[in-house]
Every structure is written in C-alpha cells, then in structure tokens.
Design a protein around this ligand. Structure first.
Ligand code: GDP
Length: 299
C-alpha cells in the first residue's frame, strides 16, 4: 500500500495541489464547481466520474466553505464506487489443466514483464507454469521471455522468429497438457501499426486454442500502460472486440501523473482489473484494491 501511495504520488500531488489553489477563500459556487470538473477531467478521471464528484460536493457544500480535505474525501468515495466492482482477483480454474492465460496488448505496454511477474507469483505459489513466446515478430520479446522463464523456473515454448503464432500457441497448449502444467501463459504480438494483420492473428490464436477446449483461452488479459493516458481507453476497445479481453492489468503506475485513467477505463468498460504494475522488478505487481487506489489518487 505504501508503494502504491508513492507510485501515485505524482497523480495525486498534481491534482491536490490544483484543487487546493482552487478552494482558497472561495465559497462553493457554479464557477468553482466547473473549474473543479475541468481539473478532474484533465486528470484523466473521465467526464462521468468528474461529474459525480462535483455533484456530490455540490449537494453537500453548495454556498459553504470547502476545504481540500472535503474534496479529497468525496473524491475518494466516488472513485471507490467506480472501482469496487472491477477490483477482482485473477481466479484460476485449475480443473483445466492447464488454465490458459492469453496476454494481449500494444507493444511496450508491459506484456512480457507482466508475464514474468505473474509467472513468479504462480510458481511461487507452487503451480507448474509454462510460458509460450507468441510474439514471434520480435527477437527481443522471445529472448526476454526466455530470461523470465529461467528466473521463475517455468517451462518455455518458443519458435523461430516469424513463425506462425497460432501454430505455436496450439503446440504449447498440447505440450502443457502432456506435461500436466497448471497454467499456460501465452505472450502475443502488439503491433498496432499493422492492425488488420494483428487482429487476424489474435483471432486465429483464440480460434485455435478453442479447438482443444471450447472454453480456452480461459483468461484473456490485456496490459495497459498508465503513462499513455487517454490512448489506453481506445486500446481496450480494440482488443476487447477481437480477443474477448476478460480482464486488465495496468502497468507503470509508478511515477506517472496519469493514474486517473484507470478510473475512466473502469467506468467505461467495467472489465475486471486483476493487478497493477508499480515497477520493473519481479515483485512489482500488486493486487488491485479499489479503496487503496482511490485514496492514493485523492491524496
Ligand atoms: P511489451 O512490449 O508489451 O512486452 O512490454 P515490456 O514488458 O517489454 O515492457 C516495456 C518496458 O516497460 C520495459 O522497459 C519494462 O521494464 C517496463 N515496464 C513494464 N511494466 C512496468 C511497470 O509497472 N513500471 C515501470 N516503471 N516499468 C515497467
């Protein structure tokens, strides 16, 4: 929790600083409410949540003095209401052997790193984990995943650069069954520059996995980079349609002033948020807690 506070310090200090200067010696009136709403929208929280916060503040304090603490308390409360329904732990159904997790997302959003962190958690909990290097377009991604496999004592399936990703996913699934792995985590490419091709590839991976088990992939995880702000909203839209995203992990919440975007995404998409990434290290993947996150943002 302390790490989350530190990580979100930039998001919250920017916001609370601005809010404090807004409310010096001013009674709450329409103009102040409007200014506050603008601030909240600029902080990436989304129009809907910004309005909820100003409405609640207005109904409690209209015409009266308002302190920064009043605003923080109301913000934390309203943000918690948005986040509570999406803060869900990642649940694995180990009656599937393996439970298949497909990881999707735009390049650079932290897919490979998050897979490594997740593999560490799962193998640390005593599960047998296999990784599949499905980003067959980038040599670095394959190498990176191999390193993570070694570090986390996971099995790895990789192929040559440029190999068919769906073929690799299928092979990995069969192998994971033979080896009785508990969890198979499949990395994928995220080249948005070639969107049509990427989408076709993801669709094919999902289709091919479904041949071995109609419920597979059992979890489709999308990684989002907090520092990209509003872009992340669109990324969910794109991947959700093609790959049937079942939940999100937001990375790079350490040291960004744009952590508010997770609130806008949650309000809009209502997809579970399983974890948040708060650093590059193997332990920097935290379960997502609505109230802690809301309070860390609201200051
Ligand atoms: P991919 O292209 O989606 O596989 O992304 P990578 O896993 O290679 O990550 C891209 C960069 O972001 C790497 O330098 C990672 O170390 C870094 N990264 C990933 N997650 C986090 C995070 O939570 N916090 C920080 N600060 N950096 C991260």
């Amino acid at each position: 929790y302390q790490r989350l506070r530190r990580g979100l310090a930039r998001t919250s200090s920017q916001l609370t600083g601005q809010i404090a200067s807004l409310f010096t010696k001013r009674k709450l009136d329409e103009a102040t409410l409007q200014d506050l709403e603008d601030l909240l929208i600029q902080a990436d929280l989304g129009v809907e949540t910004a309005m909820r916060i100003t409405d609640t503040l207005s109904s409690e304090r209209y015409g009266k003095d308002v302190t920064g603490e009043d605003v923080s308390r109301i913000m934390a409360g309203e943000i918690t209401k948005v986040l509570a329904p999406v803060a869900k732990p990642l649940e694995l159904d180990l009656s599937h052997k393996p439970h298949v997790i497909l990881v999707v997302g735009v390049n650079g959003t932290g897919k490979t790193t998050t897979i490594g962190k997740l593999a560490a958690k799962l193998s640390g909990a005593g599960l047998k984990v296999m990784l599949a290097a499905g980003d067959t377009f980038r040599a670095a991604a394959i190498e990176q995943l191999k390193i993570w496999a070694e570090r986390t004592k996971s099995d790895i399936v990789a192929s040559k650069l440029g190999a068919d990703a769906a073929g690799l996913a299928y092979e990995a699934y069969q192998l994971a069954r033979e080896k009785k792995s508990d969890v198979l985590i499949i990395d994928t490419a995220g080249r948005l520059q070639n969107k049509a091709e990427l989408m076709a590839e993801l669709e094919k991976i999902v289709r091919v996995l479904g041949k071995l088990d109609p419920d597979a992939p059992h979890t489709v995880l999308q990684t989002l980079d907090a520092t990209t702000g509003q872009n992340a909203l669109q990324q969910v839209e794109i991947f959700r349609n093609v790959a049937g995203v079942s939940g999100l992990i937001m990375t790079k919440l350490d040291g960004t002033a744009r952590g508010g975007i997770l609130v806008a995404i949650s309000a809009k998409h209502k997809l579970p948020v399983y974890f948040i990434g708060v650093g590059e290290g193997v332990d920097d993947l935290e379960p997502f807690e609505a109230k802690d996150f809301a309070e860390a943002i609201a200051g």
